[in-house]
Write a protein that binds this ligand. Structure first.
Ligand code: ATP
Ligand code: MG
Length: 401
């Protein structure tokens, strides 16, 4: 075996949708490599290199053996755009070397997992390699049987499927593909302003847009002193969990109480929620404009609550010009909850703290608001000044993972 081969942990990283991008593919691949490097930089330790390179549609990460494999995998799998990851061993591109590495690989698996059966599956990306895939599989299988006496071949239901990927000058041997989230690399699709509450939905909405490559900022409304400082801390912690995927981002915190009081004093009670929501959207839009976001993102979901009926969403949308992204719009609550669990925000979201929306909650909120009537109610308010004051009072909190 070549000196230098397998001196490091090797990971094959597959790009999901990035691979489908025709002419823009190199751009997306570069962005993905960049994101992986940034992510791994955070765990890099002095004198222990981690290298990320792109080659023929795949990305290869090589890390010093001082790193825990699991740690590297866990970091890479959080990068949007990564479809799957395989820890691998590499071999020179000849049957003898491939066989030896396959035996070494299987010996490790026998030790780690006690596997008893296997089959070999080969992909020959290098069509100049003189042996065809099925024959490579057969020969490697024979060498593994010879080298690992406890193993048997089972082509139907093996404990381990051993993959051999023969590429130019080098072959890779691996057994599993650990799924990433797919999506597109962060920063390939603009920036959006998330209206982030402390609930289950909005962190998931933020995550889903980020997964499509959108950078995010957030705005959070509170009604201090009706809502507590602890409630805001909870939102910051929740935002920090989202930052675990997207990195550092800005969250603007705004007290909505002055607006809520004006609404309660001057407008019909049943319209409170929808009026508050229109103010939230307008303030978020203004902050978005000032800070370079071109869209708003909410966790709204058709029919979930009174303010999310079709009629209410129409009236909410009419308050702003920016497109409003609602990635959860057609999901069922159980599925949103599942997603929240999968991305790790659920437990934080269900901690019981008050939200500004529950302050001044009307007993019978209107579920079929009419825009003319809502505009009439708003004419009793000094809308522009209220928005100006709210925007000017915003407080910036930098959210970190
Ligand atoms: P969530 O679980 O995200 O809190 P929800 O089901 O409780 O959502 P609402 O309270 O009606 O629904 O809020 C709908 C959306 O409005 C939220 O998903 C979020 O995007 C936004 N929103 C609600 N409250 C706030 C808040 N205090 N600050 C910022 N945005 C908010
Ligand atoms: Mg909420």
């Amino acid at each position: 075996m070549n000196e230098g081969l397998n001196e490091k942990h090797i990971f094959i990283v597959r790009c999901g949708e990035v691979a489908l991008k025709g002419q823009n593919k190199p751009y997306f691949e570069r962005m993905l490599v960049d994101r992986i490097r940034k992510r791994l930089k955070k765990i890099e330790q002095p004198g222990m290199a981690i290298e990320t390179v792109r080659n023929e549609g795949l990305i290869f990460v090589r890390a010093d053996k001082g790193y825990e494999k699991q740690q590297i995998i866990s970091e890479i799998s959080k990068v949007f755009g990564v479809a799957s990851i395989s820890p691998a061993l590499e071999a020179e591109e000849n049957m003898d070397a491939i066989g030896k590495v396959a035996v070494e690989y299987m010996m490790n698996l026998i030790e780690e997992k006690g596997i008893k059966t296997f089959k070999v599956d080969t992909k020959r990306a290098d069509k100049n390699f003189p042996i065809k895939s099925p024959d490579i599989s057969r020969q490697v299988g024979a060498m593994v049987l010879k080298g690992c006496k406890v193993l048997k071949v089972d082509v139907h239901n093996p404990d381990c499927e051993l993959f051999v990927d023969v590429r130019r000058d080098v072959a890779y041997v691996f057994d599993k593909k650990i799924s990433g989230f797919g999506g597109l690399p962060l920063g390939t699709n603009g920036k959006g302003m998330v209206l982030l509450s402390g609930g289950i939905d909005s962190p998931v909405a933020a995550w889903m847009m980020a997964k499509r490559g959108m950078l995010i900022d957030a705005v959070h409304f509170h009604s201090y002193p009706y809502t507590s400082e602890r409630a805001q801390e909870k939102v910051e912690e929740l935002a920090g969990l989202v930052a675990g995927y997207v990195g550092r981002f800005n969250m603007y915190v705004i007290n909505l109480l002055p607006i809520q009081e004006q609404i309660v004093q001057n407008c019909p009670e049943e319209e409170t929620t929808i009026l508050v929501r229109r103010f939230m959207m307008r303030i978020a839009e203004r902050v978005a404009r000032e800070t370079g976001s071109t869209m708003l993102i909410t966790g709204e979901n058709l029919g979930q609550v009174a303010s999310q009926t079709a009629e209410a969403l129409v009236v909410t949308d009419a308050s702003v010009q920016m497109p409003v992204m609602r990635p959860l719009i057609a999901m069922d609550k159980v599925d949103i909850m599942e997603k929240a669990k999968e991305i790790g925000t659920y437990e934080k979201s269900i901690e019981p703290y008050e939200d500004c929306c529950t302050v001044f909650l009307p007993k019978h909120p209107t579920t079929k608001p009419k825009l003319e009537k809502i505009l009439e109610s708003e004419s009793k308010l000094d809308v522009e000044t209220l928005i100006d004051n709210a925007v000017n009072s915003k407080e910036l909190i930098v959210i970190r993972p």
